[in-house]
Design a protein around this ligand. Structure first.
Ligand SMILES: CC(C)(COP(=O)(O)OP(=O)(O)OC[C@H]1O[C@@H](n2cnc3c(N)ncnc32)[C@H](O)[C@@H]1OP(=O)(O)O)[C@@H](O)C(=O)NCCC(=O)NCCS
Length: 182
């Protein structure tokens, strides 16, 4: 499993690209805006409060990509290089067969099917390129937007699984339909 060269992805309306230091203002916004973060719980050390924190976070992502530990894409519309959201695969299992997906989107661009489009391509990337057998998503029980996004894209709510780190979370999974991944 290798994340370099960075796997840029083009969808119908979007370009999923590497997040650069020059994107730090948008990253600060996405990780600190109250609406975007309403349902996202972070420990103090993971919070992004200022530009310096955003730069540190971008460096962390860069290192994750270099070390094949996690990967995060900046989401842009095809006609504008400004990032409007992010989507990532992280928390890989030891054997690199299971990963968790995470995402956020500027509220101006929500409810237009943008994250559905991005998620669909990232799930396919996870299954076809990384050969994952399963992708998981942890989301706050009251995060209707996220729950619907996951359900509409084939993720199944796993009733019996509990997130011990955050009991307000519920867990969704999607399995790779390709037999050779098991
Ligand atoms: C979750 C989030 C990424 C969804 O992105 P989005 O681009 O608005 O989602 P989509 O427009 O692709 O919506 C997916 C589907 O769910 C539906 N949907 C989304 N929100 C909905 C709502 N509140 N009520 C009813 N349907 C909703 C959409 O209509 C769409 O279905 P459709 O294809 O039939 O139209 C976005 O709300 C967000 O960034 N939230 C804040 C960050 C966050 O909570 N991240 C998750 C952390 S676990």
């Amino acid at each position: 499993m290798k994340f370099l060269p960075f796997p840029e992805i083009k969808t119908e309306r979007l370009q999923l690209r590497k997040i650069e230091e020059s994107d730090c203002d948008v990253i600060l916004f996405l990780r600190s805006d109250k609406t975007v973060n309403k349902f996202i719980k972070r420990t103090k050390s993971r919070r992004t409060k200022n530009k310096a924190d955003a730069l540190k976070f971008i460096t962390k992502i860069d290192n994750g990509i270099k070390n094949n530990k996690f990967i995060s894409w900046g989401i842009t519309l095809k006609n504008n290089p400004k990032i409007i959201g992010t989507i990532c695969l992280w928390n890989f299992s030891k054997n690199n067969k299971i990963a968790e997906v995470g995402y956020d989107l500027n509220p101006i661009f929500q409810r237009k099917g943008i994250m559905s489009e991005a998620l669909n391509y990232i799930v396919n990337f996870g299954f076809n390129t990384l050969n994952l057998s399963k992708i998981e998503a942890f989301t706050h029980i009251k995060n209707e937007n996220s729950r619907r996004l996951l359900e509409k894209n084939g993720f199944k709510f796993i009733k019996n699984r509990i997130d011990r780190g955050n009991t307000f979370n519920i867990i969704f999974e999607i399995e790779n339909p390709a037999a050779n991944s098991h």
